[in-house]
Design a protein around this ligand. Structure first.
Ligand code: CA
Length: 227
């Protein structure tokens, strides 16, 4: 059940929106002023926020701007009442995903919400196709690897290892995780195998395999791809 936050101070409008979204099987949380909205968005993980612009304490424009500054990526649909508000939403690069002009039909808003949630879901489910790391370029879909314009011969397994590390870049990946994710469960493969693969991989992709800069060892734990 998608969880949404509706931020609106007009009681009738708020009730109408809540009822409609609950009827469509959304989990609905509400906020009636900008400050409360800011706290809730920062502290809760919503799938989407519907944010009115004219609010007590802090305007919807400020709320949107601040949560984006905090790095919160939750999709936001702004509710605008006047054309100058639309200009602000479009012109200030606040990071809103869409806007709906009052008065609007609930059907229209529901359609926008569904479209944005579908898009967000699609983005999360799409694995990375390409990786660029300094002079190194990998295309995971075409299985091509190039460093300084020169083709590298990576095996499919090596591609999978880099891809997994890239998906978890800047985080430590344990040998066991690599083993399970890349090889699946196989008794004949040990964590030593993982180490040997990484060793060979470094000889191909690192400029100086003895002093790796891309895939570094986290002693006693595993590896980390630094990007
Ligand atoms: Ca309002």
């Amino acid at each position: 059940m998608p969880k949404i936050l509706v931020v609106e101070d007009e009681p009738d409008m708020l009730r109408g929106l809540r009822d409609n979204f609950e009827f469509e099987h959304y989990e609905v949380d509400v906020a009636r002023d900008g400050e409360t909205a800011l706290k809730k968005i920062s502290g809760t993980s919503y799938d989407l926020v519907i944010l009115d612009i004219m609010l007590p304490k802090l305007s919807g424009l400020d709320v949107c701007k601040r949560v984006r500054e905090q790095g919160v990526r939750t999709p936001i649909i702004m509710l605008t009442a006047r054309s100058e508000e639309i200009d602000k939403v479009l012109g200030l690069e606040l990071g809103a995903d869409d806007y709906v002009t009052k008065p609007f039909g609930v059907r229209e808003l529901l359609a926008r919400v569904k479209a944005i949630l579908r898009r967000a879901e699609g983005l999360a489910a799409t694995p990375p196709e390409r990786m660029t790391l300094g002079s190194l370029e990998l295309d995971f879909a075409a299985y091509t690897a190039v460093r300084d314009g020169k083709q590298l011969n990576l095996t499919p397994k090596e591609f999978e290892i880099v891809k997994f590390l890239w998906q978890h870049r800047n985080k430590t990946v344990t040998r066991d995780e690599l083993l399970t994710q890349v090889w699946g469960y196989d008794e004949s493969i040990s964590t030593r195998t993982v180490d040997n693969f990484i060793l060979k991989l470094r000889q191909k992709i690192e400029e100086d395999p003895a002093a790796p800069r891309h895939i570094i060892t986290i002693h006693g734990v595993g590896y980390k791809l630094v990007a």
